[in-house]
Design a protein around this ligand. Structure first.
Ligand SMILES: Cc1cc2nc3c(=O)[nH]c(=O)nc-3n(C[C@H](O)[C@H](O)[C@H](O)COP(=O)(O)OP(=O)(O)OC[C@H]3O[C@@H](n4cnc5c(N)ncnc54)[C@H](O)[C@@H]3O)c2cc1C
Ligand SMILES: CC(C)=CCC/C(C)=C/CC/C(C)=C/CSC[C@H](N)C(=O)O
Length: 477
């Protein structure tokens, strides 16, 4: 006899992870279940825009990889245009001078790279592709409804011990083992990690590879802003959004009409009109469980839910409409300056990680590029920039907007993954960020949690933690 469907599911957090979870939960559990998304701020979370002089710019998650298949599917299903991210001429600055500058001539770039680093750039692309190939297996597993009860098992199913080993070593160690030179790692790999994750080559090998994938070509984003995916998913999932900050979760046992006990959860949250709460069958937590982010108390659980508040990295995104001071970067003649993106190497003297031109989310896809002189620049730095620092970077500027983030985990491998199952019917998504933080990673975690919640609810153990899945599915098809 099939168990009755759950009555009510709470999803805590309305970022891409929470809204994707609502979407996949609806797909699995069907129309009858009530899904509530509890969000303390705006739907979108780390997908957000800043307004500047009447235009909006992506302030958080901005670029997507062509093989980010869940995000691609969401955009298509929701009718949101996916627009290519225009490439900008990039330079790598070491705090004294540019050690590499892109030219608008493709052949010149190839020759320059060959001259400086031999075949390392080509080998690096192949190395990243090999990791991506294995990573892509997740889509096949999820299409066949398979799920994992821990991230260790999920990543092991993608690429075995070689794959999980990447979480125990830094990208520096992983690439050295693969015979890349320290010069190449410091000058070409490290700058990408600094832009994407505000950290150097001490981040784990997998997130390092994700960052290198994010520096590739054919990147895209959503016209109008990536956060439109989140609002679209809420609409498509027919979930109710409740504005409130979740404070605590407590297990409750009730008796069914048959006399059998049923386990439920009481979720308490603060709303603008005071503290309130509700009872749910299933709870999905889609916000980082970190004292400075989602500081949720687990009350009266026996045994207690373990604490795993690991640190998140602060990153400040500063938007400046102005004229970049090219002499700060060693250019005496501003008219010779042609770069639209400046990456940096590790140098304690540097107060920025990167600076690059950004386009308004509304204008994405238009052919016109603003002239360098009147561009909006996005600067990533660890700390908020002082007026003096802004005056060094810009010869003149009209407006400045600042967005401070606790952006992604502070990676220092080896990192253990937080559990996915926190209690019988409580699931936690954001442990996946300890592999790598990206929109697609939260979407994958969302589908995994929805499948896990569904199969555990109905006792379909054959769909959970299957060994040798890759081989099994190869012979099945
Ligand atoms: C500056 C920056 C640039 C980035 N660039 C990229 C990029 O180019 N490409 C890419 O793929 N990724 C990028 N990322 C990473 C990506 O944005 C994140 O990995 C992803 O958005 C995380 O989504 P999430 O839903 O898991 O978490 P979040 O977006 O953080 O969602 C969690 C939500 O939970 C809410 N919440 C927290 N606590 C509570 C509570 N107690 N009660 C109720 N609600 C609560 C929060 O308000 C938030 O809305 C970037 C991130 C940053 C910060
Ligand atoms: C998850 C996989 C397989 C690929 C994702 C690749 C990707 C898009 C990585 C980017 C991750 C990230 C945190 C980027 C932050 S900065 C982005 C951009 N350069 C900017 O300037 O905003």
């Amino acid at each position: 006899e099939q168990r009755a469907a759950p009555g009510k599911i709470a999803v805590i957090g309305g970022g891409i992870g929470g809204t994707a979870a609502a979407y996949f939960l609806r797909q699995k559990f069907g129309r009858s279940v009530r899904i509530e998304v509890l969000e303390r701020g705006e739907v979108g979370g780390r997908l957000a825009t800043v307004e500047m002089e009447g235009a909006s710019y992506e302030a958080g998650g901005s670029v997507l990889h062509p093989l980010n298949l869940h995000m691609k599917h969401f955009a298509k299903e929701l009718g949101l245009p996916a627009i290519p991210v225009p490439g900008k001429l990039m330079g790598i600055y070491n705090g004294e001078e540019f050690i590499f500058e892109e030219s608008s001539w493709y052949i010149i770039n190839i020759l320059k790279l060959l001259w400086h680093y031999g075949f390392s750039p080509l080998r690096m692309n192949m190395w990243v592709e090999d990791i991506l190939d294995k990573f892509m297996r997740i889509y096949r597993y999820q299409t066949h409804d398979y799920t994992f009860s821990s991230y260790e098992q999920l990543f092991h199913a993608l690429g075995g011990n070689d794959f999980t080993q990447m979480f125990n070593q830094t990208i520096d160690e992983a690439m050295q083992k693969a015979s890349f030179s320290q010069k190449f790692i410091n000058e070409m790999v490290c700058p990408a990690m600094r832009v994407d994750y505000g950290q150097g080559v001490n981040i784990n090998g997998f997130v390092g590879a994700v960052s290198l994938a994010g520096a590739g070509s054919s990147l895209w984003s959503v016209k109008g802003g990536n956060k439109l995916v989140c609002t679209g998913l809420i609409y498509a999932s027919k979930a109710d959004v409740i504005t409130g900050t979740v404070m605590s979760i407590e297990p409750k046992t009730r008796k069914k009409s048959t006399g059998d006990p049923v386990n439920l959860y009481h979720v308490t949250y603060d709303t603008p009109s005071g503290q309130t709460g509700d009872i749910y069958d299933i709870v999905v937590i889609a916000a980082p469980l970190n004292r400075k982010i989602a500081n949720i108390t687990f009350k009266n659980f026996s045994p207690p839910v373990p604490e795993f508040s690991s640190p998140y990295q602060q990153t400040v995104a500063t938007f400046v409409h102005g004229r970049l001071n090219s002499s700060f970067f060693g250019y005496q003649d501003p008219s010779a300056f042609h770069l639209g993106a400046i990456f940096t190497t590790e140098n304690p003297k540097l107060f920025i990680n990167s600076v690059g031109i950004v386009s308004p989310v509304e204008n994405r896809g238009s052919e016109e590029e603003p002239p360098l002189q009147s561009a909006v620049w996005k600067i990533f730095s660890k700390e908020e920039l002082t007026k003096e620092q802004l005056n060094l970077l810009f010869s003149s500027y009209d407006s400045v907007k600042v967005k401070k983030w606790l952006a992604y985990p502070h990676y220092s491998p080896p990192n253990k993954f937080p559990p996915i199952i926190l209690h019988d019917n409580i699931y936690y998504l954001n442990g996946i960020e300890w592999a790598a933080s990206a929109m697609e990673m939260s979407s994958i975690a969302a589908k995994n949690a929805a499948l896990l919640a569904y199969h555990r609810w109905y006792g379909n153990t054959d769909k959970i933690d299957q060994e040798d899945l890759y081989e099994k599915l190869k012979t099945e098809l």
